[in-house]
Design a protein around this ligand. Structure first.
Ligand code: NAP
Length: 161
């Protein structure tokens, strides 16, 4: 299982329920990485998608503790175990947030596609600091890109322990 995240310098990933920084090229990068795979997403992040709708062309698994939630175009899982069971035969599974879902599924992830943005905007949602985790190694630092003065890189991290 892999994960895809955009994180600022301090590993901040969101503020007040939405992404704290958006780089247009990152949308394309996200689509290219997730392709036609399966995505696992938290209910709160789903609500922040355009129209609150799941992502097109991908199998969407939404994590919620609400036993009555039904989402058109998505399957619903009520626990990490249920999500893992639903996705177990899928060749490509991506955890796409938010904070609570990254943290819950982090132990199952082997690779992280991190759009690392060189800025420190307001943040109230964070991703685990991979630089401080000896179990993870930066295997592709990516080249520096720039959007309206904002520098960022498409990094790849791998679990090595
Ligand atoms: N920068 C990025 O790449 C990126 C990507 C995604 C999200 N984000 C940001 O992350 C923030 C949202 O993170 P968040 O932690 O507040 O919300 P979240 O993880 O998106 O969703 C939380 C909800 O998911 C459900 N859930 C979580 N863990 C569960 C479990 N183990 N079992 C069953 N259901 C579970 C619950 O839904 P119910 O309430 O329905 O029970 C919970 O309230 C936002 O700021 C968003 O913009 C950033």
């Amino acid at each position: 299982m892999e994960l895809v995240v955009a994180a600022d310098k301090n590993w901040g990933i969101g503020f007040e329920g939405t992404q704290n920084l958006v780089v247009p090229e990152d949308r394309k990068h996200f689509r290219a990485v997730t392709g036609h795979g399966t995505v696992i997403v938290g209910h709160r992040t789903l609500l922040d998608f355009p129209g609150g709708r799941p992502l097109k062309n991908r199998r969407n698994i939404v994590l919620t503790r609400d036993p009555d939630l039904a989402v058109e175009g998505a399957e619903v899982a009520h626990s990490v175990e249920e999500a893992l069971e639903l996705a177990k035969n899928d060749p490509e599974v991506f955890v796409i947030g938010g904070e609570s879902v990254y943290r819950a599924l982090f132990p199952y992830c082997q690779r992280a596609y991190v759009t690392r943005i060189d800025a420190v905007p307001d943040a109230d949602a964070f991703f685990p600091n991979l630089e401080a985790d000896p179990a993870w190694r930066l295997t592709d630092p990516g080249e520096v890109r720039e959007h309206e003065g904002l520098k960022y890189r498409f990094q790849v991290w791998e679990r090595v322990e």
